[in-house]
Design a protein around this ligand. Structure first.
Ligand SMILES: Cc1cc2nc3c(=O)[nH]c(=O)nc-3n(C[C@H](O)[C@H](O)[C@H](O)COP(=O)(O)OP(=O)(O)OC[C@H]3O[C@@H](n4cnc5c(N)ncnc54)[C@H](O)[C@@H]3O)c2cc1C
Length: 402
């Protein structure tokens, strides 16, 4: 089906496409092409963030008074579509998509004044310190402890899977401030102004794809000011849940998936099929591609409804539904890409993947990225809350509505 946009929207599309064709540096473009995760290469990603911020386009989803664009749902979708077509690095979600919207919703005026504009400008990057060894799905069991001491808290314990903590300059985290009562009741939400406090140590973890993206973070008597608390002491669970709504819903993933499918189709048209002709003409490829395309289109429709403020987005099950569907589609799309590459994708080429490297990839650039993307996206059904747990939440919400 072809949807026609008004001439004004087409003019907006042309303006966005023109900016994307001219504003990024070659290194930013290379980083976009070599992004094999939700998380783009850090340096070029932040450089691109700053360019978008100067243009006023870093946070289209924020309210205008805090630096958002005030775009209509169609404009936001067109922006996301052109972004993916231009193959530019996605901006990192923790600051713009999580702690920023949280502070806009429930931060104090002082916290908003201090933190929002450096997030928007791309000067600050926040890591998310929720999970601990033994506390992921069962997050409320977390044990990293903060003891009040004068105007400060003293933190002891550890966090794990903290994405890009080794690049971050700030961190938001959950700490245990009380052990009596229900486990959800003694948690507090804290903003850390630095990640290099004395006693704090960050150790990167190398992932399946060979890239260090996640980290362990250790706290040994780390003193942080209590002024970084969001909400009341021991009421961090409700703050954490509010942030998770922003983490799991409200974004537009379908343009990225469409882009991956386009790349798979383009590569399949150049790949000989073992049964003769090209892979793109093979009925098995076409059937898998067609099914995925239809499912991605359905997700796109749901995302447009959500962005437009449709009541579906207020359903408590919506963030879980959105997260489950888009992570599964990402895994299916990257599986299709790796099938197209076949053995061409098997070589481990970490140096060729590095932005700025002068090592030429073996095979095509598509082959270079397909396997790391496949491996990295295995984690999509785990991070932001595993899909099994999301299904549980969806079923509970449905049962409550019966
Ligand atoms: C790539 C990546 C990036 C991440 N980034 C961050 C980050 O930046 N910050 C952060 O704080 N955390 C981060 N995480 C952590 C992530 O949120 C947790 O890994 C996730 O919540 C799952 O918790 P777990 O790893 O402890 O698994 P577990 O909870 O031990 O789960 C193991 C398995 O048991 C299943 N399971 C558990 N409970 C139930 C249940 N009640 N019913 C059915 N099945 C169940 C799970 O679905 C899963 O399959 C990241 C994780 C990954 C993999």
């Amino acid at each position: 089906m072809n949807v026609e946009f008004s001439p004004e929207l087409e003019a907006f599309r042309a303006e966005v496409a023109e900016f994307f064709a001219t504003a990024p540096t070659p290194a930013i473009r290379e980083a976009g092409r070599k992004t094999t995760s939700v998380f783009a290469p850090f340096d070029q990603c932040m450089e691109w963030h700053k360019i978008l911020a100067k243009k006023g386009w870093a946070a289209p989803h924020w309210p205008v008074e805090y630096g958002g664009t005030g775009w209509s749902v169609e404009q936001r979708f067109i922006f996301a579509e052109e972004y993916r077509k231009a193959d530019l690095p996605p901006l990192l979600p923790q600051s713009l998509g999580m702690v920023g919207p949280l502070l806009i919703d429930i931060g104090t005026e002082e916290q908003k004044a201090k933190y929002l504009s450096p997030i928007l400008a791309g000067e600050d990057f926040w890591a998310q310190g929720y999970s601990e060894p033994g506390s992921g799905s069962d997050l409320a069991s977390l044990q990293c402890r903060a003891e009040p001491d004068g105007d400060d808290y003293i933190i002891n314990g550890s966090k794990i899977w903290t994405t890009y903590a080794h690049h971050a300059n700030r961190m938001f985290m959950l700490v245990r401030t009380d052990n009596s009562g229900k486990k959800q009741q003694g948690i507090t939400f804290l903003l850390l102004d630095r990640v290099d406090y004395p006693g704090m140590e960050i150790r990167p973890i190398v992932g399946l794809d060979g890239v260090p993206e996640q980290c362990e973070v250790f706290f040994d008597n780390v003193r942080v000011p209590q002024s970084g608390r969001v909400g009341e002491e021991n009421d961090g669970w409700s703050v954490a849940k509010h942030l998770l709504k922003h983490e799991r819903g409200g974004s537009a993933s379908s343009p990225t998936l469409v882009h991956y499918l386009d790349r798979a189709k383009e590569a399949a048209a150049k790949t000989p099929s073992p049964f003769g002709g090209m892979l793109a003409d093979d009925p098995v490829f076409q059937s898998e591609f067609g099914e995925l395309h239809a499912d991605v289109a359905s997700l796109g429709h749901m995302e447009k409804l959500a962005i437009s403020g449709h009541p579906i987005a207020n359903d408590p099950a919506f963030p879980s539904l959105n997260k489950t569907i888009n992570s599964e589609l990402l895994q299916r799309a990257s599986t299709l890409m790796s099938k197209v590459s076949g053995v061409g994708g098997l070589a481990r080429q970490l140096e060729a993947l590095r932005v700025g490297s002068n090592v030429e990839p073996l095979g095509s650039e598509f082959d270079l990225i397909s396997m790391p993307l496949y491996l990295n996206s295995r984690a999509a059904s785990i991070y932001a809350g595993s899909n099994e747990v999301q299904r549980d939440l969806i079923s509970r919400s449905l049962a409550a509505g019966v």
